[in-house]
Design a protein around this ligand. Structure first.
Ligand code: MD3
Ligand code: FE
Length: 206
């Protein structure tokens, strides 16, 4: 699991193919997380609705509504704290970050994204975290998708990378503020997730 090549797809953006395989135990762990805080499509401050459904685990969860984007310690829909971060998750994030060149990463937030066919994520930057010196670790599960890397500017032609079940991407340093997105998910069938793709995004929010 730890011997695969680390592929640099851009400076300080590292793809670790199959690093999180097998993903069955991860999918099993999403069950109780989503039982406490069901997947929901969030509203953006601009009034739109995201096509990706989201939930969180860990001390902090990412949330969006008419008031803006922010990290919250409790699910605004229920008032309950998010499900604790499974040790399987935090260990995976820490070992992947180290493999990508960022030792000592201890995530305090895990955003769980769920893509149905047709769902996508437009070009954006993750900048709601207090200290952008920490990296981000992204784990792909289930159906494949095209990751789009735009870099410092949102315009222009992105670099497209196919990410498959078990693939992990680590990015930090100069790449931390880069624009990125996910191309519209194509329909398909995966043995572990059926018609879905999940993505875990580990951050240090505070
Ligand atoms: C690095 N999630 O939740 S991880 C997010 O698959 C988010 O759900 C995406 O962006 C997802 O904020 C992807 C981030 C990402 C995307 C594209 C990349 C990292 C990348 C392309 C190249 C390198
Ligand atoms: Fe992002």
């Amino acid at each position: 699991m730890n011997r695969q090549a680390a592929i640099a797809i851009a400076p300080e953006v590292t793809l670790l193919r199959g690093f999180a395989a097998p993903t069955g135990p991860i999918v099993d762990a999403i069950g109780p997380i989503a039982a406490r805080a069901p997947f929901r499509r969030l509203t953006t401050p601009g009034g739109g609705m995201m096509s990706v459904a989201m939930t969180n685990c860990g001390p902090w969860g990412w949330h969006s509504d008419a008031r803006g984007y922010r990290y919250v310690a409790r699910d605004p829909l229920s008032g309950d704290p998010w499900h604790p971060m499974p040790e399987l998750f935090s260990r995976l994030a820490t070992t992947a970050a180290a493999r990508g060149g960022f030792p000592g990463f201890e995530p305090d937030a895990c955003l769980v994204n769920r893509y149905e066919p047709g769902a996508q994520m437009g070009a954006h930057r993750d900048h709601d975290e207090l200290d952008m010196g920490h990296p981000i670790v992204s784990v792909s599960i289930g159906l494949p998708a095209l990751f789009l890397w735009y870099g410092a500017r949102r315009g222009g032609k992105p670099l497209a990378t196919l990410v498959e079940d078990g693939d992990v991407v680590v990015w930090g340093g100069s790449a931390r503020a880069g624009y990125h997105g996910v191309r519209k998910l194509q329909a398909g069938e995966h043995p572990t997730t059926g018609a879905l793709r999940y993505n875990l995004t580990f951050r240090r929010a505070k």
